[in-house]
Design a protein around this ligand. Structure first.
Ligand code: URA
Length: 433
């Protein structure tokens, strides 16, 4: 088999066989195929697309290109979730304990935040002492003991995706549906769960800016997940507005605890419960309504919060600050942003709000950047709220007050004002099963 012939075949619009796909994924991962040939192939895929069968084969080849996680030692049903990324998305901290409290295990690998989007690993690491890097044996032991364990992604998970993604980034081939789907699903499949609920975000804070883009991605992710033998469903949820009021790692942990304590913002409650119900439905095969009711009861009874605290304890984290949120460390400096305008907030550019939080120190521009766990934004007003001149729009938190100026300017530019109240958008736009 020659890579030249595979490039030519795809260039001319033909489908590749599973063997050809395995050949180029393996060859590129080990370094036998050079970047210039892989670039040509990626551009051919970008222009010609891939069939469903080709996308499944590419996903499986990338999933098997490195380490895979065997969760067979975790007893009983297991479920996972994946979000395509957004601003203020702390749902894993709420959903995983709910699902565990309902008898379905969650042994999950999560990512770090990059750019304007946050990552669960950073939120967990904002809890003093929490270890996101533990042995595989200990990960399984904690999942069996408390029903959930969340750790960081292993460095050797789907290495083919890591190399291909870096090449896509510099060859203008990122925006290709088969390449995005195989990239996301290969990592999910490599980490072992049989039931996967996907949260595909749509709007200005997501990489899918429109609902149509999100729907196309969600349909393909579900189809490819099923093609790979997994039980998969997807929610399309609104990311044209941040989820909840807290943006930034420790602030988001505190807000997640509020929801697990029966309070917190309504939008965050709704999306978290819908995702938990979807995971339970996939794992237990009960109706969605029945799963939603048990998820609600897990919060009401306090069992979900208890599961989170048990997991944090097993991972070495301080549970006293979770039991008493007042003890949670706070940033040394805060400043209020007051409105210079009067009217309704008609839109928030949610990506820019994520960037404002990043500028305060809460996120990273490059993978290797360090972050400030205490930095971030507490929103006081959101889209649809009426604001008078001088009202506080948000509170910025930082360890270095020099960071306030640029973050404040970015925040202000992200908001549009008008005289009419905008029509509220649905939070859960669609479910694809
Ligand atoms: N997220 C991924 O992991 N891969 C993509 O290609 C796009 C988003």
């Amino acid at each position: 088999m020659r890579i030249y012939d595979i490039i030519k075949k795809k260039r001319d619009g033909h489908s590749l066989s599973k063997e050809e796909i395995d050949f180029f994924v393996k060859g590129y991962t080990v370094g036998d195929i050079p970047d210039y040939q892989m670039s040509a192939l990626l551009m051919a895929v970008f222009l010609r697309g891939m069939t469903h069968e080709e996308t499944v084969a590419l996903t499986m080849a990338m999933a098997r290109s490195g380490e895979t996680v065997d969760l067979s030692a975790v007893d009983g049903p297991k479920a996972d979730k994946h979000s395509t990324g957004g601003v203020g998305d702390k749902t894993t901290l709420i959903v995983a304990p709910i699902v565990a409290a309902c008898g379905v295990k969650v042994a999950k690998m999560s990512g770090k935040g990059l750019g304007h989007t946050g990552g669960t690993v950073d939120k967990l690491e904002s809890i003093e002492g929490y270890k996101t890097s533990i042995s595989r044996e200990r990960f399984i032991e904690i999942a069996n003991k408390v029903g959930l364990s969340v750790i960081g992604q292993s460095g050797n998970l789907a290495p083919a995706d890591k190399k291909i993604y870096a090449l896509r980034d510099v060859t203008a081939t990122v925006e290709s549906l088969p390449l995005i789907v195989s990239s996301i699903m290969s990592k999910k499949i490599a980490v072992g769960a049989d039931c996967i609920a996907l949260d595909v975000k749509a709007g200005s804070g997501s990489f899918c800016k429109t609902r149509e883009e999100a729907a196309n991605l969600a349909k393909e992710l579900v189809a490819v997940g099923k093609g790979a033998g997994k039980s998969v469903c997807a929610l399309i949820t609104d990311m044209d507005i941040p989820l909840g009021y807290a943006i930034g790692n420790s602030l988001e942990v505190i807000e997640a605890l509020e929801v697990l304590s029966g309070g917190g913002p309504r939008d965050l409650q709704e999306v978290s419960l819908a995702l938990a119900a979807s995971m339970l439905q996939l794992a237990l095969k009960n109706s969605y309504e029945a799963c939603l009711a048990v998820a609600q009861e897990a919060i009401r009874s306090g069992k979900a919060k208890e599961r989170l605290l048990a997991m944090v304890k097993e991972h070495g984290g301080r549970t006293d600050i979770l039991a008493n949120i007042g003890l949670f460390p706070r940033a040394a400096y805060t400043t209020e942003i007051r409105s210079a305008q009067e009217g309704y907030i008609t839109h928030m550019n949610t990506e820019s709000l994520g960037v404002a939080s990043l500028l305060l120190g809460a996120g990273r521009i490059k993978k290797e950047d360090s972050i400030d766990y205490l930095a971030g934004i507490t929103l006081c007003k959101k889209t649809g709220d009426y604001v008078r001149q001088g009202d506080v729009l948000a509170i910025l938190h930082a360890s270095d007050p020099v960071k306030f100026r640029e973050a404040q300017a970015t925040f202000i530019h992200a908001l549009d004002f008008g005289t009419c109240r905008p029509v509220p958008a649905p939070l859960i736009i669609d479910r694809i099963c």
